[in-house]
Ligand binder design. Structure first.
Ligand SMILES: C[S@@+](CC[C@H](N)C(=O)[O-])C[C@H]1O[C@@H](n2cnc3c(N)ncnc32)[C@H](O)[C@@H]1O
Length: 275
């Protein structure tokens, strides 16, 4: 069972199928629109948050250095870089990082590096960091989450901004159920991939988990794997964040929404200010 975050480099979706990741996972996403919203969030909060360092309200994007925590194959980083930001993406999967580098590594002020967001360090301080599409949900232990925030305080500049998009626990908290999604067939890089997905929710030690069982039929054969996400309440994220000195500035249901329905929202975007 892939239950421990250390096993992430072994996950098929992020390795053997990494080149198909965006086609498989991004079908229902609008990366361009999401990055417009992320851009607005960064600019709204960075200027109010940044009291004591060199960037002032109204500064251009080229003055803002971003770090993408769990950058995958680099699509979001590339869009933000195109808008004018300098972006550095890190990911724990060697295959994801290799693909991001092949695709976008030659763009000026855009770089990718293998790294674990619980421990990755760099000398340069970033004005803002972001982690999108549930990367943090792969962390099952409170100690892992605490490590991410401790580490981020050193990665970010003083009063830097951290934006986290995670799956939200509350709507189905405490409910176990199984759901079989219809099979989909996708064309990607000249290959036809059939994917089946079974979702199971479970509760362990008062925490909610979602397990997604994937089956892929590809040219090279039949592959199976399971991804286990821990689902978070706002408090489960803000507690370790505040312990590390972060301040919660905003919570919303998704990047493009301004409100947050604590009872119903399946997603959660938190905007935090570093100490
Ligand atoms: C669901 S994908 C999201 C990728 C990208 N952010 C997106 O929105 O498409 C999760 C990514 O998080 C990465 N990841 C998971 N745990 C990590 C860790 N501890 N440090 C760095 N990357 C990690 C995985 O390798 C994978 O690329």
């Amino acid at each position: 069972m892939n239950q421990h975050p250390q096993t992430i480099p072994d996950l098929i979706l992020f390795n053997q199928l990494a080149e198909h990741y965006v086609r498989l996972e991004g079908r229902l996403r609008n990366i361009a629109a999401d990055m417009e919203s992320l851009d607005q969030l960064i600019r709204a909060h960075y200027k109010t948050g940044a009291v004591n360092h060199t960037t002032r309200p109204g500064d251009s994007r080229s003055d803002i250095d971003l770090i993408d925590l769990g950058c995958g194959t680099g699509e979001q980083a590339a869009v933000l870089n195109h808008m004018g930001y300098a972006v550095h993406g890190i990911d724990i999967s060697p295959r994801m990082i290799a693909l991001a580098g092949q695709r976008f590594g030659r763009h000026p002020r855009l770089s990718f590096q293998l790294g674990d967001f619980r421990s990755y360090q760099q000398a340069r301080g970033f004005a803002a960091g972001y982690s999108l599409f549930g990367c943090l949900n792969y962390l099952h232990q409170d100690t892992d989450l605490a490590a991410v925030f401790q580490n981020a305080t050193a990665l970010l500049k003083r009063s830097g901004i951290l934006i986290l998009e995670v799956w939200h626990r509350r709507p189905y908290s405490g409910l176990g159920y199984t759901y079989q999604a219809p099979a989909v067939v996708l064309e990607s890089s000249g290959e036809s991939i059939r994917r089946r997905r079974r979702v199971e929710r479970s509760v362990r030690n008062g925490r909610d988990f979602i397990q997604i069982h994937y089956e892929y039929e590809t040219r090279t054969g039949h592959l199976r794997e399971m991804h286990t996400f821990r689902l978070f309440d706002c408090e489960e994220i803000t507690r370790p964040a505040q312990a590390a000195g972060f301040t919660l500035l905003d919570v919303r249901g998704s990047l493009g929404e301004s409100g947050f329905d604590r009872k119903r929202s399946g997603g959660m975007v938190l905007v935090l200010r570093a100490p």
